[in-house]
Write a protein that binds this ligand. Structure first.
Ligand SMILES: [Cu+2]
Length: 173
């Protein structure tokens, strides 16, 4: 009985080989599972990006000028403020989200002043700033800033000529 014919060996070995192939296929499925695992970090990165967008604007600089206790709201898309040496007469402003507010500025001082609003990036002198037109407002003259915020939050503005003492905030909601 120890001497099996080649035909009998074939009947024994073929099922074993087939079993090994099945095991290999099963391992292949495990590898696919590993592939699913590698997609998880990408999904996490997307969630992080969404969370950043949902957080809205970046942390803004502090106003160099003490902020008014009273809030001044835009009326029919217009806010009127004045410049003095060296402060804003009103500097706790409120405007609606997603609408253009025109800030009308008159320079009641003797120095040159202006108004620059840090954009959503929370930094001055970057592309997303809103700046008065003209950028230099001489004594007795006027200027405007058209501000159309698309993200809610509290933005900081400053005078570029007196950034250490003249500024304020705009609440967007
Ligand atoms: Cu100034």
């Amino acid at each position: 009985m120890f001497s099996l014919s080649p035909a009998k060996w074939t009947r024994i070995l073929v099922p074993i080989a087939a079993g090994l192939l099945l095991l290999a296929a099963a391992c292949g499925d495990d590898d696919d599972g590993g592939g699913d695992d590698t997609s998880t970090p990408a999904a996490t990165a997307d969630a992080t990006a969404d969370a950043t967008a949902a957080d809205g604007i970046q942390t803004q600089p502090d106003s160099p000028q003490e902020v008014d206790a009273e809030v001044t709201e835009a009326v029919d898309g217009v806010l009127q403020i004045a410049l003095e040496d060296n402060f804003y007469t009103l500097n706790n402003l409120s405007v609606p989200l997603g609408e253009t507010t025109t800030i009308e500025i008159v320079n009641d001082g003797t120095d040159i002043h202006n108004m620059r609003i840090a954009g959503p990036d929370g930094e001055f002198n970057t592309d997303d700033d809103s700046v008065s037109d003209p950028e230099q407002i001489t004594a007795g003259s006027t200027a405007t800033v058209d501000f159309t915020p698309t993200l809610a939050g509290t933005y900081t503005f400053q005078c570029d000529f007196h950034p250490a003492e003249q500024g304020g905030v705009i609440v967007v909601e």
